[in-house]
Design a protein around this ligand. Structure first.
Ligand code: 5GP
Length: 219
């Protein structure tokens, strides 16, 4: 399939799956940028988070998030079903473990939209993951986007804006940054980062490479 990265036996090189962590202030445009990239990289999969936040208008359970109660969230934590979790502006968020591991085992790349606290947990557990920070062009533009989205109260917008100034300080912990002042360019930049990361020699399954290339002459 056009655009499919080599993750099975195509060409005798099998690559390992990996994780891409995308963080950035709420309203930076993480969803829009990711959605523009998905059709161009079929073996890039999205990790759907669990949250206790109520759905915004148009958000669908099991598509945007798994919307759960506090009790259900606690139970998932107790059962060790989450890879990371955090509280963000009063609500809880977490990444289901099983999906991430299944996809990585299948040789796919998994992208997750998580905050800086979650990213720090992933950095500890999976240092080979790729960390990308998406920035809105200016704080003023971010405020305008949150207002235009119309889905949060004035109070929540204020808290999210204050939070974003804190979050931006953590950009030094990330590998890449993208400024989202043009959706098409930002998406292209994310795509290039993913493709470059996929091309790292360290991602090759060396056992498979040896089997194919050192197995004697093939006719
Ligand atoms: P929102 O409520 O705007 O969808 O998301 C609020 C914040 O929570 C964003 O910064 C988003 O990246 C983060 N977030 C979403 N899902 C997760 C998750 O599974 N884990 C963590 N740690 N943060 C998440």
């Amino acid at each position: 399939m056009k655009g499919t990265l080599r993750n099975v036996r195509d060409g005798g090189v099998k690559t390992k799956g990996f994780l891409i962590v995308l963080s950035g202030p709420s309203g930076a445009g993480k969803n829009s940028v990711m959605n523009a990239v998905f059709p161009t990289i079929p073996n890039l999969k999205y990790s759907i988070s669990v949250t206790t936040r109520p759905p915004r208008l148009g958000e669908v359970d099991a598509v945007n998030y798994f919307f759960r109660t506090e009790q259900e969230f606690d139970k998932m934590l107790q059962d060790d079903l989450l890879l990371e979790s955090a509280t963000f502006v009063g609500y809880r968020y977490g990444t289901p473990k099983s999906f991430v591991y299944e996809q990585i085992d299948a040789g796919n790349a998994v992208i997750m939209d998580i905050d800086i606290q979650g990213a720090a947990q992933i950095r500890e557990k999976m240092p080979e993951a790729v960390f990308v920070f998406l920035l809105p062009p200016t704080p003023e533009e971010l405020g305008k986007r949150l207002q235009d989205r119309g889905s949060d109260s004035e109070e929540v917008i204020k808290r999210r804006l204050a939070k974003s100034r804190e979050e931006v300080k953590h950009i030094v912990d990330y590998d890449y940054f993208i400024i989202n002042d043009d959706l098409g360019l930002a998406a292209e930049q994310l795509r290039q980062i993913i493709l470059s990361e996929w091309s790292r020699v360290s991602r090759i399954d060396m056992d498979e490479l040896s089997r194919v290339w050192e197995g004697g002459p093939s006719k």
